[in-house]
Design a protein around this ligand. Structure first.
Ligand code: ATP
Ligand code: MG
Length: 158
């Protein structure tokens, strides 16, 4: 299914914003430009939910979560940044493995099985994209993923 990703992303952010804790701030940096992507909407909704629920889970009180879309050679780069505890550099790749959780003691109060990001990775790769994370401990984390896009919607030619 072809969807305008800016609209799709905004709708998901709106929905999660209604369910978030009051002390977390959502900031959107999403262009109005239409980026058409061919996606399974349920699966990409799951990808976004898994990433954003982590951002909310690991955010401190008053923390800001920033949502962005950028374009880079035929791909859009979607990112979600938080101001949470961060992830040690040497475990940045491991968080996408099944059942991996950073430091059990630290995650004690925040439940989870360690599957969210492994599932997200599987779905992004199935869409021809990539997923990765950057983080500074004590400052926050950004999770990025890419999706191939078309500037024009296909049926504009018919
Ligand atoms: P589940 O998503 O299955 O409920 P989970 O959140 O622990 O459990 P993942 O979403 O796969 O599992 O994340 C793996 C681990 O990566 C987490 O346990 C956590 O240690 C770390 N992590 C993921 N996102 C963040 C984040 N935004 N800030 C800090 N740590 C994170
Ligand atoms: Mg998770």
């Amino acid at each position: 299914n072809w969807v305008n990703f800016s609209t799709f992303f905004t709708n998901i952010i709106d929905r999660l914003e209604m369910s978030k804790k009051e002390d977390i701030i959502f900031k959107r940096d999403v262009p109005r430009t239409a980026f058409y992507v061919e996606i399974d909407e349920d699966k990409i909704t799951q990808v976004l939910y898994n990433i954003i629920s982590n951002a909310m889970k690991y955010s401190p009180e008053g923390g800001q979560i920033t949502f962005r879309i950028r374009e880079a050679d035929e791909q859009i780069v979607i990112s979600i940044s938080d101001e949470g505890v961060g992830i040690p550099k040497n475990t940045l790749d491991k968080i996408f493995e099944r059942f991996y959780r950073v430091d059990k003691a630290r995650s004690r109060n925040v439940g989870g099985t360690g599957l969210g990001l492994a599932i997200a990775k599987e779905m992004v790769v199935a869409h021809g994209g990539k997923i990765w994370a950057e983080s500074v401990e004590g400052k926050g984390t950004t999770v990025f993923f890419t999706l191939p896009y078309e500037q024009e919607q296909e049926d504009e030619w018919s």
